[in-house]
Structure formats: C-alpha cells, structure tokens
Design a protein around this ligand. Sequence first.
Ligand code: URA
Length: 233
Amino acid sequence: MTEEKQLSLFESADSEPASPKAPTNFEAIPTSASVPIPPGTYANLEQLIPHCQGCQRCQLGRTRINTVISRGNPQADIMIIGEGPGQQEDETGLPFVGKSGQLLEKILASVELTVENDIYIANMVKCRPPGNRTPEAAEIEACKPYLLEQIRLVDPKIILFAGATALKGLTGDKRGITKVRGQWLEWDNRLCMAIFHPAYLLRNPSAEKGSPKWLMWQDIREIRSRCDELRAS
Ligand code: URA
C-alpha cells in the first residue's frame, strides 16, 4: 500500500445490567468526591447530565466553562475514551471537536465509521484541566464513577482507550502506548484496545511504514473488522 493511498484513506472519508444500588446520598454526589456513585445509580444517561453539569467533586469544576460529557450515539457499538477536554471542548461542551477530534473523525471515516452513527465518545475527566495539562490522579478518580456509569449504560461492544492516560486511568496498565496499542485486551468483561491519541498523531504527521500514523491505520482496520464480526454474531 502506498503512502498516498494510506493518506487518502485517512482523508476519506451485552453486559449484565448492574443491580441498582441506592447511593448513600444522591443529592450530594455532584459536590463531594467522598460520596460514592455505585453501578446502577443512574437509570439512564439523561439522569447523569445535571449531576455532571453541577459537579464540584474536584478542583476542575472551579475553572471550567462547560462540563464535557459526551458526543455521538448512545447506542453505539464502539466507545472511545480520551483524556480530557481542551479549549474548544470546554467552550462548546462537546468532546473531540478541536483539531484532535477532526483527525479522529478522518481516521474513523477511512473505515466508514461515523461518530454520529457508530461511536460514543467521552473522556477520563469531564472538565478542562487548566493549560491542557494531564489530569491528576485525584481528578480522574473523582470523575471516574460518572464514566463507569456511561460505560454501563451505553454498553459498547468495543472500548478504545485513546492514549496512555485513558488506558492507565481505567485499567491501571502503566505501559507506554507504543507497547500496547493495537492489542486486544479485556477489561470490565469488555473487548478493548488502546490506540494512539490523535494529538500524538498530529505531532507525528509522517505516514511512512511503521510510523504512528501508519500503525493507527492498521489498528483502525482491525477495529472495523472485529466490529463487523461482532455485529454479525
Ligand atoms: N483530547 C481529548 O483527550 N479529549 C478531547 O475531548 C479533546 C482532546
């Protein structure tokens, strides 16, 4: 496959329901990270929105413009989990709408996947870390129960961890992304794969054989074909 062909492809383009458990103090969830959010707290994704929008479970709540909850299809087979909102995401309240998001959509389009139909996107943290720094462990922990509820309610067939922060934040796997990307792994009884974060691909634009962009192209084709198999089974 020629370099041009690869680039042009980029350009084109049920788990068990958790038994509901009443949280200790439902009203206090958005204000205190010490209040647990057990699986089953939210009956649907809509219920979670006002809690996220009013959330002050960590310091990021003080500096955000908008809480960035999700984008895409809540019935999607594939869920993509990024790191955290950047400036454009903070301004719009939608994940992956800046340059990284545009590249992500091109990568998906290269195998005829669209965010609208096939993907549900969320982040490890729902509020922008100032200066786009990596979210701190305490911020990830404070926000994680919302994300776990999103995963339970969307119930995707496949989860993609975009970058090492998402991989480590959910699975605890501290290996570098270049080591683990492209390998299927099981987490939460789900089929998962770590992929390069699109921001990393923007910083490494070469599409030469063996480059991150080239590897991403292999990974997205593998993901598409596994998704097709799962849809057919
Ligand atoms: N990077 C992320 O990890 N998430 C976004 O929503 C945007 C950029």
